[in-house]
Design a protein around this ligand. Sequence first.
Ligand SMILES: Cc1cc2nc3c(=O)[nH]c(=O)nc-3n(C[C@H](O)[C@H](O)[C@H](O)COP(=O)(O)OP(=O)(O)OC[C@H]3O[C@@H](n4cnc5c(N)ncnc54)[C@H](O)[C@@H]3O)c2cc1C
Length: 393
Amino acid sequence: MKGSLPDIDVTVIGAGPYGLAAAAHLRDAGIDAHVFGRPMEFWANKMPTGMLLRSPRPASTISDPHDQFTLEAYEAANNVTPVKRVPLETFVDYGRWFVKQIGCDLNQQNIRTVTKDNSKFSVTLEDGTKFTAGRVVVAAGVGNFRRISAPFSGLSEKAFSHCYDGRSLAGLGKRVVVIGAGQSALEYAALLCEAGAEVEVIARIPELRWIGMHPKLHNLGPISKMLYSKHDIGPIGISRLVAYPHVLYHTPLGLRDRIRTRAVRSAGAPWLISRLGKAKITTGRKIISATEVGDDVVLKLDDGTERRVDHVLLGTGYTVNIAKYEFLNPDLRQSIQQFDGYPKVGPGLQSSVLGLHFLGAPAARSFGPLLNFVTGTEFAAKELTSHLSRNRN
Ligand SMILES: Cc1cc2nc3c(=O)[nH]c(=O)nc-3n(C[C@H](O)[C@H](O)[C@H](O)COP(=O)(O)OP(=O)(O)OC[C@H]3O[C@@H](n4cnc5c(N)ncnc54)[C@H](O)[C@@H]3O)c2cc1C
C-alpha cells in the first residue's frame, strides 16, 4: 500500500532493545516517537535456539523510565519462573511484552530509505509509503556488520554461514568447523555437540578465554561493588569505568579504544566449558584457504594441516561500518563524520548530521562498550531523551 503518513517528530529505526527503550523514554517525556521494524527480530530470528543470555539478569532488562517493565516484572506478570541464566525464548517474549506495556506506536515495516532534505528527513517504508521526520534515531543493531574474512567470502551459502545468519543447526551437516573464540562461536559449538555433530573449534588466540573466572571476587558484598559495576562488562577496574560513558567520551580515543577492546575481547561464558566436552579445540591457528570440493569444504590451516567438513560456521563477530546501513542514502552516509565506520556521536548520541542519532553498538566508539549490550539501553535512552527534551522546537 503506497501513500504517505503525516509528519513524525522522531522516527526510530529498529524495534530491538535500544529502539524499544528509546520509544519508552521519549513517549514518557511527551515526544512523538514512532518505531519501525519487527519487534525483537534479530533475537527471534538470528540467535540459535537453545541459547542462554551471557549477560547476568540485572544487566538483561530493557530500560523504561519508571523501571516498571523489567525482566522481573515480565516474569511475575506471565508466571515465568525466574532462572539464573535467561533463555533466549524468555528474552524475546519479554521484549514483545515490553512493546505492549509501553503502548508504543510500532509499525512493523522496515525502513527502506532515509534522505535529508534541508532540515527534515524523508523516509520511505518497504511498501513505498513516505513521510517526513524531524529526527531519525538509528537503532538498527549489528546484523549488517557480520565479519567475513577473505578465505570464506568465495564459498557458497551451503558451505559456510555466519553465526549472525541464524541458520538452523540441523541443516549444517554432520562435520562442522566453528571459527572463533567468542560467546557466539563457543555457544554454537556447544549446541552443535549436543545435537550430535562432530565439531572442531579453530581460533587464532593461543588459548580459549572464559569470563567470570573469579567468582569469589563477585561475592565480596560492598568490595565487589567497588570492583565491578552492575553491568558486569569487562574485568576489575574496567568494569567500573565502562559504567561511566560520559567519562569515556572525554577520554582520548586511543585509550577509549583500548578499554573497549579489552572489555569486549573474545571469551566464553564458563557454563559452556563442560558443554564443549566433545568438541575438538584447536587454538593458535588460522585458516589460509577454504575451497569446495564436491560436497565438502576443504580448509588449509597455517600449520600445513587440512580439514574436510560439511560446513564452516563463522563466529568471527562484526565490524561496525555504517556504510552497510543501506537504508541511509549514500549522500547522507558520506556526510556523517566517522571513526573508521563508526559514526562520531556526541551529546544525545547525535551524529555530525543534525537530527540523526545512533544508539547501540555504533555509538560504542564514542561512549564505550556499555552501548554494545542490553544494559546500555538505560544510558542511551536517557541521554537521547534529555537531549531532545532540551532541544524541542
Ligand atoms: C549470539 C549473540 C549473543 C548475545 N548475547 C547478549 C547478551 O547475553 N546480553 C546482551 O546484553 N547482549 C548480547 N548480545 C548483543 C546484542 O546483540 C545487543 O545487546 C542487543 O541486541 C542490542 O540491541 P539493538 O536494539 O541495538 O540491536 P538489535 O537487537 O539487533 O535490534 C535492531 C533491530 O533493528 C532492525 N532493523 C535493522 N534494519 C532495519 C530497518 N531498515 N528498518 C527497521 N528495522 C531494522 C533489526 O531487524 C533488529 O531487529 C548478543 C549478540 C549476539 C549476536
